[in-house]
Design a protein around this ligand. Sequence first.
Ligand code: SF4
Ligand code: SF4
Length: 373
Amino acid sequence: MDYSKLYRQAAAAYSLLPQLLTPGRALPPLQIYVEVTYHCNLRCRFCQFLNPSPAGAESAAADRPRPRPEITNAEWRRILAQAPRSALVSFSGGEPFARPGFIELAETTARRNKVHIYTNATRIDPDTAARLIALGPRGMFGSGLVLIDVSLEGLPATHDRIVGREGAFQRTTAAVKRLVSERSRRHRRYPLIELKVVITRDNLLELTDLFGVAEALGADLFNVMVLNTIPHAGRSAASGGAAAADPLRPPPAVVEVDPDLLDRELKRLERAATGSPTRIRTTPQGFSMEEIVRYYRGDLPANRYRCHFPWYAFGITAFGDGVICPYALLGPIDPAAPWALVNSGKARAFRNLLRQHQLLPGCLGCCMMVPKP
Ligand code: SF4
Ligand code: SF4
């Protein structure tokens, strides 16, 4: 069964109700995105949140102006204790495991909610792997850790070059191996393990071999993602919550790869994946390979897509700001009433603008755009 498709349909249905009855307003969040820190031990060249330091400093935030400190673990615990029980909590960063105390925060959250973690996995040692697998729910309907999303950007030399750290490929794949073997030792189905790659000119010719790596490691899913050029200025470590970019302006063109070559490589990948237990997924969610090629060609027809994200999801930045879209930063949340901003004036105005357009010029390439039915 395709759970991600089911989830997309449920999220769309959940969003349509308030769109029809109370324009601009949203129900309590079905998904909560927690950007738990903007620190990271890697330096990916396309990172949305960090600006690589030429000196290669351990924390990007340390070599950038930091107008505001990140919120504390105690504040995160307080906020997440108020999450609706039905909400999926997705932790990302930066790198979540670069934050001291993150594993404990994940454990506490997984007792009440379904949890999903985006990570580069380089800090998942044997003890952490065992603790993560222990959080897997017994079935689809319980609380617990349902998905670990691991970035793998190419074969060893390419991956290490893209992420700016020698030895990173080896550390990431060793961690995935640990997770898969611990899960099988415990006879668990969850958490599912997904490897994801952002398509760039550097890894284009390696996609099929990289799928082979995912398959050999025992990953459940292999996600090919388009390179997203949407400005995230309002959430970056450098800005500390400055105003977001203009959603009515298209993001910069993607001139990364030759679309004909991409078409050939994606077909090769699809052939290699036929019959494999490792399934291919795409980002934006549910895109066909043809749509990915059209995106890189620059001729994706925007009027065939829409976005429900601001109606079903709510994000919190590492600085404690509410966010419902890269273009809609809502300001500081109150840890005593974290969802109060869901229907703030700014949030309602943004949803009304989006409702009018269905997809804004600035949305092209965003992970959250979905095809219209
Ligand atoms: S691993 Fe993620 S957070 Fe870290 S530099 Fe790469 S893209 Fe940015
Ligand atoms: S698709 Fe557009 S409106 Fe939706 S979250 Fe992305 S940038 Fe925001």
